[in-house]
Design a binder for this molecule. Structure first.
Ligand code: CA
Length: 400
């Protein structure tokens, strides 16, 4: 059947889509960030995408974002989008992009560092608070993951305050994490990485390789698992994680789910439980990206350490996570969508309860590194492409 002239094929899209930079690790970000102007003429109107639930349509919402990293929908349907180079912008569904917002904290935009996730306060309608995670500069070359919040006022953040700092700061430029997720009881989860110093993920006195759990103002909940221990950080919820760039609240259970970049052949999904040790680098699948074994690893299992809920023996390079519970697309019910940086795809995992029973790979022909995935208020999926001229993409069933 002949489609409208506006609908291009994915093969044609390949010629419109510049290839990203080659990197030595799945979660790497080796290219130098550069800002760029929006080129309206290069925007494809819609791409036909075949999938297991039928024909989909991929449209470009916004172009010209410098390594977009995190996306959050405002109640009015506009989108807050972070650029790793340290800018926060507001995008509209019809394709306009604001100037960078004032009030964003200074970031270390080097390696995998920069401005990372963005999340709205659960009480945004009253408090107007926006939360950002980022690589915060310290003394000299030191940097560490931090979380700040500020009130959105027009196109600025005001009354900005830092509510969490990963301790200690280190000089490395990778494995900063990080995603922000609010639970239903007023806690904020912050996912982090080991900053590339493996043993720190097993050191409870550091925040490296942890999920932290705090109140929205940064205070520590009294029921956190390590509260009262002299040798541990009280914000820590779980530890032994390598680098977590995806997290979401399971809408059917209320539980936090995370994923993490493992070593080569060891990307994981976990359902972090309080006080539990998720193994890295003692227990893991996979090997170093340079082909050497993980020096500390004793195998894939060990008493007292939690096995992953799911593991990929070929690392997709996972980033971003969204459960699908919107009524719009019945075929996507009970799905978990995850972006893939290394294999340049969108992953759909079909769930039965907590069990992952099927996997579908989407958008493979597009050859884009998918950095984030969110469900929009219209029930479409919104994706960010990790690229110096990154885009917000919208994926929905054809014809709507
Ligand atoms: Ca693990």
């Amino acid at each position: 059947m002949t489609r409208t002239p506006l609908v291009l094929t994915l093969a044609m899209a390949l010629s419109l889509t510049a290839c990203g930079t080659q990197e030595s690790t799945a979660d790497g970000a080796a290219a130098t960030p550069t800002a760029s102007a929006v080129d309206e003429s290069a925007r494809p109107a819609a791409l036909a995408v075949s999938s297991e639930i039928g024909e989909l349509e991929l449209t470009t919402v916004v172009t010209g974002l410098a390594f977009p990293w995190g996306l959050a929908f405002l109640p009015d349907g506009r989108m807050l989008v972070t650029e790793r180079i340290g800018q926060l912008r507001i995008a509209t569904a019809d394709g306009t992009l604001s100037a960078p917002l004032a009030g964003v904290p200074a970031v270390v935009a080097e390696g995998q560092g920069g401005l990372l996730d963005v999340a709205l306060s659960p009480d945004f309608g009253n408090d107007g608070l926006v939360y950002l995670s980022y690589a915060e500069p310290g003394e000299g070359a030191l940097a560490g993951t931090a979380v700040a919040r500020g009130r959105l006022q027009g196109e600025a953040l005001v009354d900005v305050e830092v509510i969490f700092r990963q301790e200690p700061k280190l000089e490395t430029r990778h494995h900063f994490g990080s995603r922000l997720v609010f639970d239903r009881d007023g806690h904020l989860f912050i996912t982090m990485g080991d900053r590339g110093v493996r043993p720190t993920a097993q050191d409870p006195s550091s925040h490296m390789g942890t999920v932290a759990r705090v109140f929205p103002d940064g205070r520590v909940p009294a029921d956190n698992p390590f509260v009262g221990r002299d040798d541990a950080q009280p914000q820590t919820w779980s530890y032994g994680h390598r680098n977590q760039q995806g997290a979401a609240l399971n809408p059917w259970t209320g539980a936090l789910w995370t994923h993490e970049h493992g070593p080569r052949g060891g990307d994981e999904i976990n359902i972090p439980q309080p006080g539990r040790n998720y193994g890295w680098p003692i227990v893991t699948h996979g090997i170093n990206y340079d082909g050497t074994p993980i020096p500390e690893a004793v195998g894939r299992e060990k008493e007292g350490m939690e096995p992953p809920h799911h593991v990929w023996e070929v690392s997709p390079g996972v980033s971003g996570m969204a459960f699908y519970d919107h009524a719009r697309v019945p075929g996507w019910q009970r799905s978990l969508f995850i972006g893939a940086l290394a294999t340049r795809e969108l992953i759909r995992l079909q769930l039965d309860g907590d069990a992952i029973v099927h996997e579908e790979r989407l958008l493979g022909d597009l050859r884009e590194r998918i950095r984030d995935v969110r469900v929009g208020p219209d029930g479409a999926l919104y994706l960010l492409t990790d690229h110096p001229e990154g885009r917000i993409l919208r994926l929905a069933p054809a014809g709507g």
